[in-house]
Design a protein around this ligand. Structure first.
Ligand code: FAD
Length: 586
């Protein structure tokens, strides 16, 4: 008889681990315990189901308990909540939410070969409809995920305040949005789920306010990039309130009154609370399984907890950050799936290792795509890691082929060229650029490697100089001292007695808008007008996206001026200054 593996949680991590375990070990007894009604549903698809982008509910149910039983011979028990883990007796206590504990020999609940796992179940009590029983294990694998944070804000228990984690939540939100008279929604929190829900509630026909307590939405992005996403939201009718969290909800006859930190009130028919997630690990209390400072299960690189027969994966665990090597938590589906495979391997004696998460992520914001990988400036500053940045705004593909659109890309890297992170926003080609950079990072590559990559090119798809190559070249120029760059942030508090700002674009471009106080000398006239520039000051040049600024900076440097180029040019300046959200007190 094989070893008995009990898995807690039957969605991303749990179901993946169960299937991998079976593929590796035909003899194992595998019991999958899931509190909800469904296993292996597409939680990432829920916002799009709410917005009717995904119309068929069944499409979200990737795997049913019956199919999982038939194909993988896994004893799947839904509506079965683990409420306690006893590592000494090697048991879990299961609350059976339908009131039926599994019985030995029940073909619907046990492994077909007669190695019934339920034989170990011991009815331990019956509280009304709920039955509680114990299940033994040889190895326990925890993938309980994370639940939406619900701080004790007055009125948060209102049935008009929703969170989104599972199918039942999605069904409830759809019903509520479709109620007669429902016209408006407030989304609280501008993370991935909040932004996706703002879009999809708009698609469902509601007026939407998105309130974010931080100065900007989408925390993985820096404040010089994220305004593009903020503008996209407001351009699609989302009212964006930044720097202003929620302090209370109050039910009225005609809906919900939401009071924000600055005292402003917003009326809405329903609210979606999406301010982050917290590990769903209350059932581990008293188990001796070590937890981190924010309640995450601590694991080693084999996904093993401090108790050798207990593994944990997914949103509930703390892992190593691939870039800085410290601890982090990345509640995303990719890491959960990979960790699940690694845990299953180790349970079956294969020494796979998890090398850490780099937080590669992507989100659709109406017509825009925003993606990032690695660390952003905020994190690098917090960790005291020295870094450099370059910004560029190339076309998504060759400009002469119809349909090209600008892509804004920011690369963060160390003095030795190691890539620390990247962010990109645009309408086309964002995903592949970030994925390529993420892959190079994963393989320990540097900005020099980005420059050398040979990437697929034909005019409809890219340029012979792909944006990823260009990022590598620009970063290489910075590292080699061929170009000194400043960023938009350096313009704040600029000492004009020390620096002259020169716009090297055309007269038309300058007339359409420029950085206040800049001198205008087009790059093509620069050679003849050097005498207009002071030699006792630094010259900061800028063009539209940085390229002509580079030519100008090369010319001036060779004429012995102290020159710096504004990274990303005027386009970066406009993006950084263009955050459209109303702010607390402003
Ligand atoms: P889950 O998939 O959440 O599974 C945990 C399961 O364990 C739950 O079903 C829960 O009911 C069950 N459980 C918990 N405690 C117990 C218990 N005591 N007993 C029995 N069962 C228990 N990630 C991305 O990478 N890209 C996306 O686009 C994306 N979109 C998302 C959209 C939404 C709306 C949500 C909610 C999440 C999204 N995610 C996305 C995150 C992704 O879904 C998670 O990272 C992933 O599902 C984590 O897997 P997990 O196995 O750790 O947890």
């Amino acid at each position: 008889m094989g070893k008995k593996v009990v898995i807690v949680g039957g969605v991303a991590g749990g179901a993946t681990a169960a299937a991998r375990l079976r593929r590796l070990d035909e003899e194992a007894d595998i019991v999958l315990l899931e509190r909800g009604d469904h296993i292996s549903f597409a939680n990432c698809g829920l916002p799009y189901y709410i917005g009717d982008e995904i119309r068929e509910r069944d499409k979200l149910l990737l795997q049913t308990p019956e199919r999982m039983r038939r194909r993988f011979n896994i004893d799947v028990r839904v509506r079965s909540e683990v409420v306690r883990v006893d590592p000494v007796r090697k048991t879990v206590t299961v609350r059976c939410l339908d009131g039926k504990a599994p019985v030995a020999g029940d073909p619907g609940r046990t492994n077909g070969g007669g190695n019934g796992t339920a034989r170990d179940a011991v009815a331990a009590g019956d509280a009304g409809r709920e039955t509680v029983y114990e299940e033994t294990y040889d190895v326990l694998l925890l993938s309980p995920g994370a639940r939406p944070m619900q701080p004790p804000i007055p009125g948060i228990d209102s049935e008009r305040v929703h969170t989104l984690r599972n199918m039942a939540d999605a069904d409830r939100i759809r019903r509520h949005a479709d109620r007669a008279g429902a016209r408006s929604a407030i989304v609280i929190g501008g993370g991935f789920i909040g932004v996706e829900m703002a879009e999809n509630l708009r698609r469902r026909g509601l007026e939407v306010t998105l309130a974010e307590a931080a100065p900007h939405i989408l925390a993985p992005f820096d404040d010089d990039m994220v305004p593009l996403a903020e503008r996209e939201l407001t351009d699609h009718g989302v009212r964006l309130v930044l720097g202003n969290g929620v302090v209370s909800f109050a039910e009225r006859d005609d809906g919900l009154t939401v009071t924000l930190q600055n005292g402003e009130t917003v009326r809405a028919d329903l609210a979606l609370l999406a301010i982050g997630v917290t590990p769903d690990v209350a059932f581990l209390e008293g188990s001796g399984i070590a937890l981190g400072p924010r309640g995450h299960i601590l694991v080693n690189d084999r996904m093993q907890t401090n108790l050798p027969d207990i593994y944990a994966v997914g949103d509930a665990v703390e892992v190593t950050d691939f870039v800085h090597g410290g601890k982090t938590a990345v509640p995303l589906a990719g890491p959960a799936n990979k960790q699940a495979r690694i845990a299953a391997d180790n349970i079956c004696g294969i020494p796979s290792r998890y090398k850490g998460a780099q937080g590669t992520s992507i989100v659709k914001v109406f017509g825009l795509t925003a993606a990032s990988t690695g660390l952003n400036e905020r994190m690098l500053r917090r960790l005291n890691i020295p870094y450099r940045t370059v910004h560029l705004h190339p076309g998504s593909h060759a400009g002469y082929y119809p349909g090209a659109s600008p892509l804004s890309l920011k690369l963060l890297f160390a003095d030795d060229g190691r890539i620390l992170g990247a962010q990109a926003l645009g309408r086309d080609g964002v995903d592949k650029r970030i994925d390529v950079i993420a892959a190079v990072m994963r393989l320990g590559g540097t900005v020099r490697d980005l420059a050398e990559l040979e990437l697929a090119y034909a005019p409809p798809y890219s340029s012979a100089k792909d944006p990823v190559n260009m990022a590598g070249w620009i970063a290489g120029n910075v590292l080699d001292g061929r170009m000194d760059v400043v960023t938009v942030r350096d313009l704040d508090g600029l000492d004009r007695s020390r620096v002259v700002l020169v716009d090297v674009r055309t007269a038309e471009e300058h007339a359409r808008g420029h950085i206040p106080g800049s001198v205008h000398i087009p790059v093509d006239e620069l050679r003849d007008r050097l005498g207009e520039l002071p030699r006792d000051k630094e010259i900061w040049v800028y063009c539209q996206v940085g390229q002509r600024g580079y030519y100008a900076s090369r010319l001036l440097a060779q004429k012995d001026f102290r020159v710096k180029n504004l990274s990303g040019g005027y386009r970066s300046y406009v993006i950084a200054k263009d955050s459209p959200g109303t702010r607390s007190g402003g």
